[in-house]
Design a protein around this ligand. Structure first.
Ligand code: LMR
Length: 329
């Protein structure tokens, strides 16, 4: 039996009364694509630190930020091959495997983070995480980033008709592309790590993202206009390889699950704080024109996006959406 005795220090892991060899350490490679100074980046570091302390160093979470190991699009396969044991892709990227996850992408479906959490933490969130088992993955948590906004370098976007003729980068096919196609824009799928360069060289003219990603990836250097639209939510699924998970000792799973629940609450608070702080930093930047949509403009956008909802309902049935709408009030 393995005992996790210490809250700190690394010399107190004991198995059946014997000190454990270093080789028996459980290593969890946690790969993600964003900078460290983001909600996901900071939460991954915090998770690694707490796990180290609580397992008396018998579990080591090695965090690889910034697409150092794998770009998005490569992460799922890396997890399935066992090259990494933990990933935290954006909810939008989950929809490539599980189309219902596009619920998070529906423009203006969630009025605030409270509504988002109501779904994440309730039965529908559980159902979404359970879907992962079909692909031999286990979902441990859902984290926040925040609401997305639009940047581009051609003209201010105030109406959806301002999309016309522009090329936007999106994370995944489906609902995200439909948002732009519907208004005469192109929507090109690119890995996160390639977005800055694509914006710089002009192969795309705009993109949608959260404040922390816009700020930490310095998109303001290659974009002239930011519309604070809050048109869609972006969070994360924190996932482990199911085979890896199943062979872990019970106590290791317990310490990981407990720590993950705590870090999830911390991550959500941090996401909210960073969103506000980093927006203030963005506002100080020269050369970026910022337009904030009024509540009335947001209402009009929401109505005009109705075809996106129709697409979702056609592909996923209307029942799920109706439930989400009911529960997120
Ligand atoms: C993006 O590709 O824009 C985001 O998914 C990056 C991230 O993980 O926040």
């Amino acid at each position: 039996m393995i005992l996790f005795l210490g809250l700190s220090g690394c010399s107190n892991r004991i198995v059946d009364g014997q000190q454990v060899n270093k080789e028996e350490k459980i290593v969890i490679k946690f790969s993600h694509v964003v900078e460290e100074n983001t909600p996901k980046g900071l939460a991954a570091i915090r998770f690694a630190q707490l796990i180290k302390e609580r397992s008396g160093c018998s579990i080591e979470v090695q965090v690889f930020p910034n697409s150092q190991l794998f770009k998005d699009g490569e992460e799922f396969e890396a997890l399935s091959r066992g090259d990494v044991q933990m990933i935290a892709p954006a909810t939008s990227k989950m929809s490539q495997l599980f189309p219902q996850w596009q619920i998070w992408d529906l423009p203006y479906l969630f009025s605030d983070l409270e509504s988002v959490h109501q779904i994440m933490d309730g039965p529908l969130g559980k159902t979404l995480l359970e879907q992962l088992e079909e692909k031999n993955m286990r979902g441990l948590a859902m984290w926040d980033n925040g609401f997305k906004h639009l940047t581009n370098n051609i003209h201010p976007i105030i109406k959806l008709s301002d999309f016309k003729g522009l090329r936007f980068r999106v994370m995944s096919p489906g609902i995200l592309q439909e948002q732009f196609f519907n208004f005469g824009a192109s929507a090109i799928i690119l890995p996160f790590n390639d977005v800055y360069e694509a914006l710089r060289e002009g192969s795309v003219e705009g993109q949608e993202n959260t404040i922390s990603n816009i700020y930490t990836k310095k998109f303001s250097e290659v974009q002239k206009y930011l519309t604070l639209s809050q048109h869609g939510f972006m969070g994360y699924a924190v996932i482990v390889n199911a085979d890896f998970w199943d062979q872990l000792p019970t106590q290791a799973r317990e310490v990981i699950e407990k720590t993950m629940s705590e870090v999830t609450l911390w991550e959500r608070e941090t996401a909210k704080e960073l969103d506000e702080e980093q927006l203030e930093e963005i506002k100080k930047m020269k050369g970026l024109n910022i337009y904030s949509l009024t509540p009335r403009e947001k209402m009009i956008w929401r109505k005009d996006f109705s075809s996106v909802y129709t697409k979702f309902e056609k592909e996923n049935g209307s029942e799920f959406l109706t439930e989400v709408k009911k529960l997120s009030k």
